[in-house]
Design a protein around this ligand. Structure first.
Ligand SMILES: Cc1cc2nc3c(=O)[nH]c(=O)nc-3n(C[C@H](O)[C@H](O)[C@H](O)COP(=O)(O)O)c2cc1C
Length: 181
């Protein structure tokens, strides 16, 4: 059978985890919101990842969304495991205080969620971490409160597969209001 990555491009989030004296970040493209009320966010993490171990132990995680200009840092964070090396130190990433949960929140993120794990569902070779969003950090760049990023000031990182990345051209955005009958 053919590979199934035709659903790309998808935004990549940096999943933050912390347990004891270990703090870690890993890119995840298999992530999305699945419920509005309550706000539920799901990320699919392989049991091989150190992130998996940390989230399972702590029961909390963060999802950080960063600008395309930080793409190289994101790729570095996905190039080795935090199990034996301190990714935060090696990349020089700056964290800021979290608000509700003990999770790493990136200073440079244009948005970040603090999530508490409601359930872990096995899905083939990955596990789905179903997180209730308990706090949303938003930078001033992104039309705070609207839930929609401003693509003139922020460029999301989208993964295209096969180590290729792309961002949005604001000129390509089309708005079509639905007529609800
Ligand atoms: C763009 C990109 C997207 C990725 N998406 C996922 C994902 O959705 N789930 C996953 O388990 N691993 C994913 N990975 C792989 C992990 O990020 C990578 O194995 C990372 O080094 C694991 O780090 P850790 O062991 O410190 O948790 C992705 C990697 C990249 C570069």
């Amino acid at each position: 059978m053919a590979e199934f990555y035709q659903f790309y491009p998808n935004v990549v989030a940096l999943i933050g985890s912390r347990h004891g004296d270990k703090t870690n970040l890993m890119p995840a493209v298999w992530q999305t919101g699945v419920s509005k009320d309550p706000m539920i966010y799901v990320v699919s993490v392989s049991p091989k990842r150190f992130t998996h171990q940390l989230i399972k132990s702590s029961g909390v995680f963060s999802a950080n969304f960063i600008d395309f200009k930080y793409l190289r840092t994101l790729v570095t964070l996905g190039s080795f495991s935090g199990r034996d090396r301190n990714k935060i130190k090696e990349t020089g990433i700056e964290l800021k205080p979290s608000k509700q949960l003990d999770v790493p929140v990136m200073k440079s993120a244009y948005a970040a969620f603090e999530c508490s794990v409601q359930d872990i569902v096995s899905a083939g070779d990955h596990d789905l971490f179903i997180g209730k969003i308990v706090f949303i950090h938003e930078s001033a760049d992104i039309q705070p409160g609207s839930g929609t990023i401003n693509c003139n000031t922020v460029k999301p990182i989208l993964y295209l597969g096969n180590d290729m990345y792309v961002t949005l051209d604001p000129g390509s955005i089309v708005t079509i209001k639905r007529s609800r009958t």
